[in-house]
Design a protein around this ligand. Structure first.
Ligand code: HEC
Length: 324
């Protein structure tokens, strides 16, 4: 598998054409085949990346630690959603057997992000020593250069701690195994506001392994027009928003509700997905109703869903619990 954007750089939140025209063939060591061309940067490309990272630093470094940890959890969620793709690209760029790429290479990226989250949650970021207040702060823009072996292991070990510490960065993955790094830059995005893409995404993410809406259980009794029994799952962004009680869901929040009939047979799956700028008039929610087999029944700015959920406008359009 070859990721998109092999001949671009991800700078300032967008894929951009390189200044340099240099390219390098990426070889699959298992077959000795050149499978793709990757763009190589020059000094101007690097300056552009560093200046963007420097501009982003001022705002990022003063975000509360809890917010940075929440972002890292979201990155983990998106990484896991693409777990198989990571295994596939590392198998290609490393020549690794696919089983090894899955069990070790992709796994290493996952566990290092998890370990960083845990360490950040346990760390004392600010404390008094006598009369002196000690505050751990981000040091600035970090230059991260990673080698070809264990590509996602190396990237996760550098990117995750730098981010959570309040740093911004320029990452240069190995040019001979660059594809996992390119995929990693893409993994920060959720799916488009599109029913089919969303279904594929939540399947890959195994939404039924997500947390349930805090305070609810599997197959609780539901009201009309939803099922007689409901199980309501939330992704990390939504879970954190509910817990934060700020009255509003973060962009990228997903709420997936399995609707069962009175015999506890799955009837349909209703989803609310918050997409920045999608529908500012109604909380930016993208609504979908899937049939039990995953076929899209209705999707988009569905009047029927909005009309009823609008009664909860001050609660960001949700019923299940108070957001403040
Ligand atoms: C007649 C009113 C009504 C309509 C129409 C309606 N819902 Fe709901 N919805 C509710 C209520 C009430 C709940 C709370 C159920 C619970 O206890 O979890 C809910 C819960 C949900 C939830 C769980 C999050 C939350 O808001 O608490 C999702 C997701 C959801 N609805 C999606 C949809 C979609 C998608 C549609 C349109 C296809 C839709 N709903 C249509 C009343 C409605």
């Amino acid at each position: 598998m070859i990721p998109d954007h092999m001949q671009e750089f991800y700078i300032d939140g967008a894929w951009v054409a390189p200044h340099s025209s240099a390219r390098l063939g990426v070889e699959n060591p298992a077959t000795e085949e050149i499978v793709a061309q990757v763009a190589l940067g020059d000094a101007q490309d690097i300056d552009r990346a560093i200046l963007a990272a420097r501009r982003a630093f001022d705002a990022w470094t003063v975000t509360p630690v809890a917010e940075r940890i929440a972002k890292l959890k979201r990155i983990l969620e998106l990484y896991n959603a693409r777990y198989e793709e990571f295994a596939q690209v590392m198998s290609t760029e490393m020549g690794a057997p696919i089983t090894w790429a899955r069990e070790a290479q992709a796994w290493a990226g996952q566990v290092h992000i998890e370990a960083t989250i845990k360490a950040a949650e346990e760390m004392t970021w600010e404390y008094m020593r006598g009369d002196t207040r000690i505050i751990h702060e981000g040091i600035g823009v970090c230059a991260l250069i990673t080698p070809w072996n264990w590509p996602m292991n190396q990237i996760a070990c550098k990117v995750a701690p730098a981010l959570v510490a309040g740093c911004t960065m320029v990452l240069k993955p190995s040019e001979i195994a660059p594809m996992s790094g390119i995929l990693f830059a893409q993994a920060k995005k959720g799916p488009a506001a599109d029913g089919k893409a969303l279904w594929d995404f939540i399947q890959k993410e195994k939404y039924q392994s997500w947390k349930m809406w805090p305070g609810t259980e599997a197959q609780y009794k539901g009201p009309e027009p939803h099922g007689a029994f409901l199980t309501t799952y939330v992704n990390q962004a939504a879970f954190d928003s509910i817990k934060a009680k700020k009255g509003k869901f973060a962009d990228g929040s997903m709420i997936v509700q399995d609707n069962f009939d009175k015999n506890k047979k799955l009837k349909h799956v209703d989803v609310m997905y918050k997409v920045k700028g999608y529908n500012p008039k109604a909380g930016d929610w993208f609504w979908v109703q899937f049939k039990a087999n995953g076929k899209v029944d209705q999707e988009g700015k569905i009047d029927e869903c909005i009309k009823c959920h609008e009664a909860q406008k001050s609660n960001d359009y949700v019923y299940t619990s108070k957001m403040k």
